[in-house]
Design a protein around this ligand. Structure first.
Ligand code: NDP
Ligand code: MG
Length: 382
């Protein structure tokens, strides 16, 4: 029986993780969960899975749920996330919370030698060096949940790690793949939320449309697989069937394929190195699909991808700024305060404004994260 702590249980990855746990009650148990503001969904998960500990965002929700479920312990806020991540009986932390708020709980769980199944890419982007250093120091495994990184991880199994020449991350292109920059002028939040292949949370769906998602994934891949940016490529592949690939020195390319279903990589992170059947999943039929398409990625069309490579290569605190500015800009777009193309503009401004600090410690990362958010908020309000 694997005992799991789940951050972000009410989200898109969170609820799919709950589905997997419930599909295999003989293998998995949820010991602790965190939720944000969605108390109705939280109540459902609490009734289904009966975790011992639940963290919510707001104190009021904590008090009311505590009265409702007296046998469960409720906590709240950022300390609550750390309590969930470090719950004593937990073996694996599934980090599916949104944003850089996931960093501290991840570091604390690593110190307790928990295995980390990481969906929360913002944590690796904002402070990948701290996460990977801590994982090495404490001997904690970091397993990818993001589908591209899971595909790469699967394509690395049993291979000569010294012979890796290149990682090829595939990108669906998001909601606006076929639009020119001129056509992006008037797009709405609703248009942007309409992803052709994947059903995901709002923030990552917008990130897919700006291509920042792929940019964040490039930085995520750099940290997870310890490879320089020169060895990480992005390839447009609109069907999202090949989830990513690894090219080796003898020119062999190994890929992982499947229908677009996040439950596959989530479950692989939980069962690794074993595999288990997955109920209600469509098998891949290449004969039905007929054709797969590929195209070179255009960094002028998708400026956020270029920003991410720039931030990753510069290193230090620039990826922290990229991530924080993006989180704020996407929220502002979702709230109707800026246009779609202004997301890129404010990120670029925040990056240009910043003086990079190399090898930042946790408190520097947190300061820079706050400063970048503040910069974006005031730039938008002007
Ligand atoms: P969602 O927006 O669907 O869910 C986010 C979860 O985090 C919810 O449980 C939400 O709570 C909670 N949350 C949000 N902000 C806070 C906060 N400040 N404090 C505490 N809890 C908070 O996101 P996704 O599931 O789509 O994505 C989660 C992570 O996984 C992201 O990092 C994303 O990039 C990554 N990812 C997602 C994929 C997908 O298919 N969705 C694929 C690959 C990676 P509530 O809803 O209760 O308010
Ligand atoms: Mg992905």
């Amino acid at each position: 029986m694997k005992k799991i702590s789940l951050l972000g249980a009410t989200g898109s990855i969170g609820t799919q993780t709950v589905d997997i746990v419930r599909a295999h009650p003989e293998h998995f148990e949820l010991s602790a969960i965190s939720v944000g503001r969605n108390i109705n969904e939280a109540r459902k998960i609490i009734q289904q899975c009966k975790p011992a500990l639940v963290s919510v965002m707001k104190k009021e929700d904590c008090l009311s749920l505590q009265a409702e479920f007296p046998s469960i312990r409720f906590v709240y806020g950022e300390e609550g996330l750390v309590e969930v991540a470090t719950h004593p009986s937990t073996e694996v932390l599934v980090n599916a919370v949104l944003g850089s708020v996931g960093l501290t709980p991840t570091l604390e769980a690593i110190k307790m030698r928990k295995t980390i199944a990481i969906a929360n890419k913002e944590t690796l982007v904002t402070a990948g060096h701290l996460v990977m250093e801590a994982a090495k120091e404490y001997g904690a495994d970091i397993l990818p949940v993001d589908s591209e990184h899971s595909a790469i991880f699967q394509s690395l199994q049993g291979q000569d790690q010294k012979a890796i020449d290149r990682l090829i991350l595939t990108a669906s292109g998001g909601s606006f793949r076929d639009k020119t920059r001129a056509e992006l002028q008037g797009v709405t939040v609703e248009d942007a939320l309409n992803h052709p292949n994947w059903s995901m949370g709002a923030k990552i769906t917008i990130d897919s449309a700006t291509m920042m998602n792929k940019g964040l994934e490039v930085i995520e891949a750099h940290w997870l697989f310890d490879l320089p940016y020169e060895k990480i490529d992005v390839l447009l592949h609109k069907e999202s069937i090949i989830h990513s690939m690894v090219e080796y020195s003898d020119t062999s390319v190994i890929a992982q394929l499947g229908t677009p279903d996040m439950r596959v990589p989530i479950q692989y992170a939980l069962t690794y190195p074993k595999r288990m059947s997955l109920p209600n999943t469509k098998r891949l039929s290449l004969a039905d699909i007929g054709q797969l398409h590929f195209a070179k990625m255009d960094e002028e069309r998708f400026r956020c991808l270029a920003f991410a490579f720039e931030a990753g290569k510069a290193g230090g605190t620039l990826p922290t700024v990229l991530n924080a500015a993006n989180e704020e800009a996407v929220q502002a777009f979702l709230d109707g305060h800026i246009t779609f193309l202004q997301i890129e503009d404010v990120i670029e401004k925040a990056m240009n404004e910043h003086t990079v600090i190399q090898k930042p410690c946790l408190s520097t990362i947190k300061e820079v994260d706050l400063e970048a958010r503040e910069f974006v908020r005031s730039a938008i309000s002007r």
